[in-house]
Write a protein of this length. Structure first.
Length: 551
């Protein structure tokens, strides 16, 4: 009996020891698990507090219940300012929040969902969000957990890259248009030269009181309008080059508005206020045209949806040194004041300081490059002028440009009477267009000149080689087959270096007034020209040649 009791007690003792050992092991496991849990929690807390992305949770009503400290750097708000607020209040477009929830409930998660979020300072950033839906043990929706990353810099780089590529494509397109425009201009200007020339000769033979004289005047007016139209096409396609000259700002505005009118959306009215009509500024006419077109186009686009009034005004103002910002290289004096005002949507205050930055635009991708005002600003600064902008949302925008008024104007010296245009010198005329050859030669012969004409430059060169002293002046077209006017001029000057040469062209991509001067050409004339203008240039060149020779 005793031995049985001892045996039982021993067995119980062994079992107790085993239980204790098992409990100790479980306690150690539990302690290790608790330690690991605390370590994981600390690690998660470390990630939560140090993450550059924003971790957040919302309840089933969209109220923010948890958000990481990184929210302050990303959104400007501290976590305390955000917790308890509806997350929908921070979406720039509330519709995006609806899209987000639709996708979340349909799939149970969202990946790389992009939206614009409002920061504390009122600006917007673009974020990308990954999120999952949270449910309780019964499967009921209880909230959302997500991670949000600021991708504004990435989107900006993508947009800039897109705009650069778009700019390259646009430049290629403009080059193609320019090439086409140049070819059209060359042929069309030859046609206009003939139309204007024959009309002028007919007008000279018609009594002013005759109805026919009135009809011929109509032909000439239409020819001159066509001439201006070709010039505008070349300016628009950037195939027209000019030296800085005194530009009549009043007339430049009129020309630009004629082009703008045909592109305006219905409901936009143009109002012109010219308080000063006589001011000129020393500039490249193409650049002035570009400035006015860009400003008017921007103003018109701001009113496309609601309509409104585009007001363009020109005045004259004297600016003292204290009125001139130090960042502009301007001297006190008299300036022409151009203002372009619209009644459109206006520009938010936070964007006003950036409107002249390259690539900055408030338009969607594909609607604008963000270069228009930057180009305008660059042109105005280069002309020693100043540009300012005033605007506010729903109150329209007013852009003011100050340009120095030109005081010493260049004069052509071609305003001469018909009698002083006459001469008896011998002229060699070369143009591959027979009709231009015919009308120009007849016009010069009516003034007393003796003209020998050719339609082939190589034949003209051969004739000049045989009798170089038979001519007092050469007039040549530039664009001709086999031998251009530039090559012809070089050959003629090798034979007779002092021969006066006048070059004419409807358009040339390889020749302009500066290159012509480098060759030794005395004058460069753009077609279509009227007889009086060409005759004045011929007379001027011949008179200067006589002075040089001491005759």
């Amino acid at each position: 009996m005793i031995s049985g009791t001892v045996l039982l007690f021993g067995t119980i003792s062994v079992l107790a020891i085993i239980v204790v050992i098992i409990l100790v092991r479980h306690i150690r496991v539990l302690k290790n698990a608790l330690h690991d849990t605390r370590k994981s929690e600390q690690h998660f807390r470390h990630l939560f507090e140090r993450s550059i992305d924003v971790w957040y949770q919302t309840d089933n009503r969209g109220i923010i219940t948890l958000i990481s400290p990184s929210a302050e750097k990303t959104f400007g708000f501290t976590p305390q300012e955000l917790i308890g607020k509806p997350i929908a209040d921070f979406y720039r477009d509330p519709q995006h929040r609806e899209y987000f929830l639709e996708q979340l409930h349909a799939e149970g998660f969202v990946e790389n969902f992009e939206s614009d979020i409002t920061r504390k300072d009122g600006t917007f950033i673009t974020v990308s969000t990954n999120a999952i839906i949270l449910k309780d043990e019964n499967g009921a929706f209880i909230g959302v957990e997500g991670i949000t990353r600021d991708i504004s810099s990435v989107k900006k780089e993508q947009k800039e890259q897109f705009l650069i590529e778009e700019g390259v494509r646009h430049n290629r397109k403009m080059d193609a248009i320019g090439t086409l425009a140049g070819g059209i201009a060359h042929d069309f200007n030859n046609i206009l030269t003939a139309i204007i020339g024959f009309a002028e000769m007919a007008q000279q033979k018609t009594p002013p009181s005759d109805q026919l004289a009135h009809d011929i005047s109509g032909i000439l007016r239409s020819g001159m309008r066509a001439k201006e139209l070709v010039r505008h096409i070349l300016i628009f396609s950037r195939k027209s080059t000019y030296e800085p000259t005194p530009v009549d700002l009043h007339l430049a505005i009129k020309e630009a508005l004629r082009l703008i009118r045909v592109t305006l959306a219905p409901g936009i009215e143009i109002k012109e206020i010219f308080k000063y009509r006589y001011g000129k500024t020393l500039a490249d006419p193409t650049e002035i045209h570009q400035v006015i077109l860009n400003l008017c186009t921007n103003a018109a686009q701001a009113m496309e949806e609601q309509g409104g009034t585009l007001t363009v005004s020109l005045d004259r103002e004297e600016l003292s040194k204290d009125k001139l910002p130090p960042e502009y290289r301007m001297e006190s004096g008299v300036y022409l004041k151009l203002q372009v005002t619209d009644t459109g949507s206006g520009i938010p205050r936070e964007f006003l300081e950036r409107v002249f930055d390259p690539f900055f635009t408030t338009k969607d991708i594909g609607e604008g490059s963000g270069l228009g005002l930057a180009i305008v600003h660059g042109i105005i600064r280069r002309l020693n002028g100043m540009i300012t902008i005033q605007s506010s949302p729903k109150s329209g925008t007013c852009v003011t440009v100050y340009l120095p008024e030109a005081t010493n104007e260049k004069t052509s010296g071609l305003e001469t009477e018909q009698s002083s245009l006459q001469g008896e010198e011998r002229i060699l005329f070369v143009d591959d267009e027979s009709i231009v050859n015919d009308v120009t030669c007849r016009g010069l012969e009516l003034l007393g000149y003796r003209v020998t004409s050719f339609t082939k430059s190589e034949e003209a060169l051969e004739r000049f080689r045989h009798t170089p002293d038979d001519f007092d002046c050469v007039i040549t077209d530039q664009t001709m087959p086999k031998m251009t006017g530039g090559k012809l001029a070089e050959e003629l000057l090798r034979i007779r270096p002092e021969i006066p040469i006048i070059m004419c062209t409807g358009y040339s991509a390889i020749m302009d007034a500066e290159k012509a001067g480098e060759i030794g050409i005395r004058a460069f004339v753009m077609k279509p020209f009227d007889h009086k203008n060409l005759a004045a240039i011929v007379r001027k060149v011949l008179s200067e040649d006589r002075i040089m020779k001491g005759v």
